[in-house]
Design a protein around this ligand. Sequence first.
Ligand SMILES: Cc1cc2nc3c(=O)[nH]c(=O)nc-3n(C[C@H](O)[C@H](O)[C@H](O)COP(=O)(O)OP(=O)(O)OC[C@H]3O[C@@H](n4cnc5c(N)ncnc54)[C@H](O)[C@@H]3O)c2cc1C
Length: 247
Amino acid sequence: MARTALRGRLTWQAATVASVTNETASVVTIRLDPPHWPGHRAGQHLDVRLTAEDGYTAEREYSIASAPGEPVAITVERLEDGEVSPYLTGELRAGDELELRGPVGGYFVWEPGDGGPLLLVAGGSGIVPLRSILRHRLRTGSDVPACLLYSSRNWEGVIYREELSQSPGGVQVSYTLTRSQPAGWTGHTGRIDSALLAEVAWPAESNPLAYICGPTSFVETAAAALVSLGYPPERVRTERFGGTGGH
Ligand SMILES: Cc1cc2nc3c(=O)[nH]c(=O)nc-3n(C[C@H](O)[C@H](O)[C@H](O)COP(=O)(O)OP(=O)(O)OC[C@H]3O[C@@H](n4cnc5c(N)ncnc54)[C@H](O)[C@@H]3O)c2cc1C
């Protein structure tokens, strides 16, 4: 039984694209309908494979944006000079097929039994697996306290803005806008550092559980800052999306 489930996760399958929804000017959410899906955990990702007419293939990983039990969805940010993301954000349409494999990953996941208090730290599209965690927390009725610190270049770039503005499940949401701020902005500005984390994050004495996701350098900076504030390294889980960042 377990072997069958594993084989299922490691096998490529063609999933139909159920919908493509704009999140921001450069970000879309793609809902997928894979014929075989064993279910996923909050925080996991899946692999996407594109094959060109000449047989050339490109594979990329994408976090699962939806909660366990919800239809599978990914949220993709277009990188202008990228190979795969411009296709996913610009060309793909409902009814198309996309090859995928998954779910993948067993470390950057959260279950209500893992406890908290939860500190979620996102840089740009790093919000995607954290949104799955927040939805899972909401859907399971977990009373684990949660706060989210989300770093974005500007307000227009904030993904899931509507949803986050509802503070789902009572999560405390703080933003920092690193490049530009709308008129009258009263939130934080500038990159995440230990001073900002000391202000918004749970104190280390409350034994928090932290999840940090975003571009590699963002994740490393934020993780080092949390450890400098006394968070035990084993309570700081990280997921690196690659790239040098800018969030
Ligand atoms: C576990 C995991 C989960 C991921 N989840 C998501 C997700 O939910 N949503 C999402 O949009 N992306 C996610 N990514 C990143 C994704 O896999 C691709 O790397 C990204 O879409 C760029 O692919 P590309 O082919 O368009 O660019 P490429 O052709 O691979 O790269 C183009 C240029 O962009 C740089 N670059 C690559 N990745 C990034 C990045 N993340 N930030 C900044 N610059 C970068 C490269 O160094 C290169 O210079 C995830 C990555 C990992 C490892």
